[in-house]
Ligand binder design. Sequence first.
Ligand code: DC
Length: 226
Amino acid sequence: MSSPPVIAIDGPSGSGKGTVCRRVAAELGFHLLDSGALYRLTGLAGRHAGLAPGDEAGHARLARGMQVEFGADERGDERIWLNGEVVTDAIRTEQAGNLASQVASLGAVRQALVARQRDFATLPGLVADGRDMGTQIFPTAALKIFLTASAEERARRRYNQLKDKGLSVSLADLSREIAERDHRDASRALAPLVAAADAVELDSTGLTPDEVVARVLTLARERLIG
Ligand code: DC
């Protein structure tokens, strides 16, 4: 039997990947892998266990052993469990994002999460959201997209997202944190954020989510069907 089709969508924070991946997966009836959530969950599990952010072996052990469930609440909104506890909001804070970025630079943690991520590729297919989906986790993906947007636009989108959730943040602080996180994600030695050689680069600056989703679906239909 041939392996399930994978659409790998990589790019920096705030490029709109989350929304685009969720909608493309829903349109195609595919599964969704939010790989960033796995790094966020590992960071949170480490904090719960009292580990130092640089404890590589400790975080790798948690990354392998933590019990994770992705689901939805009664309204159909995302709900995520870590070892039986609902952590949907806890993993979305900027602090959890920064912790995730730190544990994501640890080789043993990345290695521990490889099999867990590949297990998501089941029929009828998968949309995989991350930084290294097309380069490391699914190198033979049928379609690879590298989604970008200008740093200012990404900071503004994040600001609006957090404000909608009732969280108070400053745009200047966010811009600085996004720049720092970009730098760490792109310059780390292991699986840095780079486009796969065979990825289609899509700049979403000035595009609506509808427009980006439509472009990805057109490419997906060409690659997966045509
Ligand atoms: O997409 P996100 O903001 O939820 O990701 C959180 C952090 O995890 C981000 O700083 C980079 C890291 N990450 C990674 O290194 N590799 C992935 N495949 C996904 C996320």
